[in-house]
Write a protein of this length. Sequence first.
Length: 471
Amino acid sequence: MGLVCEISGLSHSFNHLLEAIEDYNRQLEELSSNDPLTRLNNRWKFEQSINAQIQFAGRHGAPFSMLVFDLDHFGYINDVHGHPMGDLVLKEVAHVLRNGVRSQDIIARIGEDEFAVILPDTALQEGQVMADALCRAIAGMEFQTTKGPLRVTASMGVVSYPMHGRTSESLSITGDVAITKAKALGRNRAVTVDSAEVKDATRIHGRDVWLRKAIAEERVLLYAQPIVNVRANRMFACEVLTRIQDGDRLLSADHFVPDLERHGRIEDLDRFVLEQALDHKRRIASLAGVKLFINLSAVTIENHEFMENLPALLRSQQTPPGEVVIEITEREALRQLSKLSGLIRELREEGILFALDDFGSGFNSFLYLKYFPVDFVKIEGSFVQHIAHNRRDRLIVEHIHQVAQALGVKTIAERVEDENTHDLVRALSIELAQGYYYEAPTPLQDVGHSAFFDTVSSRLLGRTGTDNGRF
Ligand code: C2E
Ligand code: CA
């Protein structure tokens, strides 16, 4: 009897333990698949659901649609009204979604203010109707705040399987493109994309993956080209130029920079190059004291957070600010010139130097010179290249130099390829120059090796023999 009692007691405890474990597993499952704030599915669960949906749709030939959106100016709501208000908005959006969709639809919060809805068995047109209704419902919410009533809107993308993609990755890429389009059209709307836009997005994504892979596999290489002082016959600085090893080809920046810029994807590269350049400079003793000219594209320069962080980045890499010159190119037009000029002014007060690159190549050169308080103007190489035999080019170069000089800005002649051009640059009293005549771009880690100095010096010193050609 005692033994039976004991066994029954044990089995009771055992069952209790099993229940506790099951309960714990349920909680774990819920935690790993739910967003704690809104109780909607989280990103992980969403990925699972979309993959299951793709499999099902593939087997049964049934299309489905997906809505993805983020809230317009959500950062502003958090900043101005505080995080509790931001959280309330997110919870209310979740509530609107729950009320607005059918029981079979799957709703998820996939980022801070990003949501997605999977609509099984739903064609694009039907998906668009639901998306429009959800956008209206979100815009219809009103929140009372101490600063008055607050409304939110959403920019929504509507995509459909298999028309917009056959994998969760391709569907989310086209979804993002649709969101961007909705924002560009004025926000507070739901839009889809056509096949040309899908093709474009896939190509851009391919570029992104290519760049990320090249960075991860350490195939993005930093080269440097000397900028020389032709009056003092010495090297003055180096411009950092990027190369990417692609199979057995070493691609120069011309092969990938304009494309990355056109698609607004240059920032990752710029950030990587700047950080690497500073890291090299700190680690390679011979680079101490060497000014590095770094190219930043318009998109990067327009990222205020990135630019404002420059002094801290230089400090963390122990780089004196006066040893970094940011080159502003004109390939892509800069917006908000007066705001940017304020930022440049602040950074210059911290000691960072600025140069206008390819000066004369675009329509905005003189506008930039008017707005931006820069230290250097780099005269577009295609003018400099021919000054020895083209009078017009010579006049243009002379004119740019005079204007810059009058404004107290130093000029650098780009693309000096031969002795005649070098002589003319000197004759025009342009102090700084760069080009194949002095040295081609060389791996950054080789800069400072005596062989590198020797090659440059021999060209400069062949005529005077008075300086050691060092920085
Ligand atoms: P850039 O700033 O005008 O740089 C000079 C370009 O001319 C370089 O091409 C360089 O290799 C080439 N070059 C130098 N000396 C001579 C010469 O004497 N004659 C001729 N014909 N060419 C010469 P690269 O490296 O292909 O760079 C192309 C452009 O890509 C650069 O033009 C620069 O604006 C941009 N770039 C390079 N690296 C980066 C980067 O990391 N980020 C960004 N945003 N842009 C970059
Ligand atoms: Ca440049």
